[in-house]
Design a protein around this ligand. Structure first.
Ligand code: SF4
Ligand code: SF4
Length: 424
């Protein structure tokens, strides 16, 4: 178990002010203000812990609110500062001394409350089906919200031109079907279940081809990541406990296809400060981890797809979970698919949970840089494994008039398997 006596502030102790992290911070790059950099924020958070700065201090709140929580500063830090843990502790202290902004409360209530969220998602799906959100997409608040909704729509008719060439089928011997299949439990989440159920379907099918039998678990709830990012740690803990009970004490891996959810669920041990949470966290796997396999041989190959893809690694996959190679194994299993290099692909897209809603100016400023680079690279698909990133990048592409679509990596593998006749 990890002690949380200082609530996460201890993760900041190693900072030596070297400044190596500054150029990795999207908000520092956007404003050039030291207080919008990791080093500046660490000083503010240390002052908060010492009691030199009040939790109600407007400058402290403003600069911490403007942090994406992307943790892009962690892998470049030579001292191993655990910035994300410190930020969580600081936000929790701030949340205890001021009301959480009404718009954040409303969004959490609408998106994550069982019963309420199912109605909200139903209306959203009906609106999405009309095709209007795509037509109304733009850079303004309303247009961007429409673009985000449009980006949740499943691609019609697959994602790339099939090559009806000789490489049509992988030899049956190459299909990995252990007997009996390996059992794994699917985490459905709230936004993923409400707006991206087609990604769940693709997850189940692609894992099936690779020897996994995916089972559903009743009684599961939102992972609590949005609450934790807003500083509502007690609410995040309450949700985590429900999930720990729902998934039980078995050994089956828990498969997650949302990087933000997976990052927090792997840390349930630290969040709950108990052994059950730690055991739960040890079972959590991103879908690309399972598909890549423990020997990293990658998934079974699919039909060739003649497709130019830009991979945009979600911060909570790359920085928080340290998963870099596994998604690439998945793309490598699709012959002809060409990965298009994009400068700064590993930088945050500006989504960051509710950040896009609460800090729209900073969020769009960060996104604009990414969209400009993507337009230059001109991929047909931007692949990313997190619902927030899919919606943020998808909305940005639509607002910029790009025909490229944002899609989850497993959707592409699913297309390749369908084209190869794996599901017949
Ligand atoms: S967080 Fe790490 S990289 Fe940034 S100033 Fe501190 S020690 Fe240096
Ligand atoms: S979490 Fe992201 S936005 Fe916040 S300080 Fe670190 S790099 Fe900058």
């Amino acid at each position: 178990m990890t002690g949380i006596a200082r609530g996460g502030f201890e993760g900041l102790d190693a900072c030596v002010h070297c400044g190596f992290c500054l150029q990795a911070c999207p908000t520092f790059l956007a404003t050039g203000d030291e207080s919008d950099s990791p080093r500046g924020r660490i000083e503010l958070m240390r002052g908060l812990e010492r009691g030199d700065i009040a939790a109600t201090d407007p400058a402290l709140i403003s600069h911490l609110d403007r942090c994406l929580g992307c943790r892009g500063c962690e892998p470049v830090c030579p001292s191993g500062v655990q910035y994300g843990h410190g930020l969580e502790a600081a936000r929790s202290r701030i949340a205890g001394s001021r009301p959480v902004p009404g718009v954040a409360r409303l969004a959490l209530w609408a998106l994550t409350t069982p019963g309420i969220s199912s109605v909200v998602y139903w209306f959203a799906r009906v609106l999405r089906a009309t095709g209007l959100p795509r037509l109304l997409a733009g850079w303004g608040r309303f247009g961007f919200a429409m673009g985000m909704l449009a980006a949740t729509r499943a691609a019609q008719g697959g994602g790339g031109r099939r090559k009806a060439a000789k490489a049509r089928q992988v030899a049956p011997a190459a299909i990995r079907r252990p007997s009996p299949p390996l059992a794994t439990l699917l985490f459905r989440g709230c936004v993923m279940q409400g707006l991206f159920s087609h990604v769940h379907d693709a997850t189940i099918r692609t894992l099936g081809v690779n020897g996994y039998q995916v089972r559903d678990v009743s009684g599961q709830v939102c992972c609590g990541a949005l609450h934790a990012h807003a500083g509502l740690l007690d609410e995040a803990r309450a949700l985590a406990r429900v999930n720990v009970d729902a998934f039980g004490d078995g050994d089956e891996p828990i498969v997650v296809n949302s990087a933000g959810c997976g990052a927090l669920m792997k840390e349930y041990g630290r969040l709950l400060d108990d052994l059950r949470g730690e055991r739960f966290g040890a079972r959590v796997r991103d879908v690309t981890e399972l598909l890549a396999g423990s020997a990293m041989k990658g998934p079974v190959a699919g039909e060739p797809l003649d497709l130019h893809v830009a991979y945009d690694p979600p911060c909570h996959l790359l920085h928080a979970q340290g998963i870099a190679v596994q998604p690439l194994k998945l793309f490598a299993a699709i012959p002809l698919l060409e990965l298009v290099p994009v400068p700064g692909a590993a930088e945050c897209c500006g989504s960051a949970g509710l950040f896009t809603l609460l800090e729209p100016e900073m969020s769009r400023a960060v996104l604009q840089t990414k969209i400009d680079r993507l337009r230059e690279a001109a991929p047909q698909v931007v692949a990313t494994g997190n619902p927030g990133c899919l919606m943020q990048i998808g909305a940005g592409l639509a607002a910029a008039g790009s025909a490229a679509r944002a899609r989850h990596p497993v959707e592409l593998l699913d297309d390749a398997y369908r084209a190869a006749g794996r599901y017949e």
